[in-house]
Design a protein around this ligand. Sequence first.
Ligand code: TLP
Length: 345
Amino acid sequence: MDYIDLRSDTVTKPTPEMREAMAEAEVGDDVYRDDPTVNRLEELAAEMLGKEAALFVPSGTMGNLLALLVHCQRGDEVIVGNQSHIYLNEAGGMSALGGIQACPVKNQPDGTLALDDILASIRTEDVHHPITRLICLENTQNICGGVPLTPDYTREVGELAHRNHLFLHVDGARIFNAAAAQNIRVTDLVEPADSVMFCLSKGLVAPIGSMLVSTGKFIARARHLRKMLGGGMRQVGVLAAAGIISLEKMTKRLGHDHARAKKLADRLRKVNGLVVDQNSPYTNMVYLNLSDDVQSNAQHITQKMKDHGVLVDAENSRRFRLVTHYWIDDQAVDKTVSAFQRALH
Ligand code: TLP
């Protein structure tokens, strides 16, 4: 069965144009820096984000880990949102592989970390304390609803960080969604950051890959650490070719995904048994709960939805996340609404 897959935007399969570019990609050994397609992708990513250099990495998780490893020494502390992907969903890589300690700060409902909370979490100079080294923001903030952080807020955190001799890393897995939602340039969102990771493999539709972007010196160190982690790839231009299409074309169409998410949320608000989060969606994610009067749980409804040809993600026993992307059209929205109606009654 051809499922309508709303579990994530990570499920996006490459477009026919991407497959063609992949088949025809000029390649070389990227560990020797000999792959012209990877070199082009890295130059393009750096240029689009207004930074000096970029590194192609297999996943967002590796990109974030490399950033932490470059910024921090063993025993250092990183201020992260308590609802952030880095803190919750990266298998504890920073502590396991970097000896780095997380200092979780409460994410506000709008995805931000309160400036006062950040300030209060910065360690004072004391022989007993770890050294605070880095602040991480996530844009868009996934668990808070796919909510975009603003350029003003990011600038304030950047200033706070630099005033206190800290670095700022942005987990911008969906930074182009954040820019599209606010109708601004992505450079406005990342200018205050010392390093940025963003994903090609989510709303930008590439089959694999993320980019780490920063200064030339930082990226040279990250390249060395990527090799250490076993992430030195060879004729990887076959993947970078899809990434170039992500950057040149897919960054320009994310508004369609946001409009479809809105349409989906508006329609689901009218379905008995569902309560869509008040401000959802901000970008391409719709978060909703089962209403109190529904006896069955989200896992059970998820199974019934699957029987009707629609895959959704149960966050817990009452909550769902639905993510729109390139392969979700208006018809898929209609089918999802009717699958929920049937699954609930
Ligand atoms: N997020 C995935 C899951 O891991 C939850 C998803 O379906 O949303 N930062 C953020 C903000 C992310 O949402 C993700 C993936 C990553 C980093 C990691 O990217 P990958 O999966 O490429 O390692």
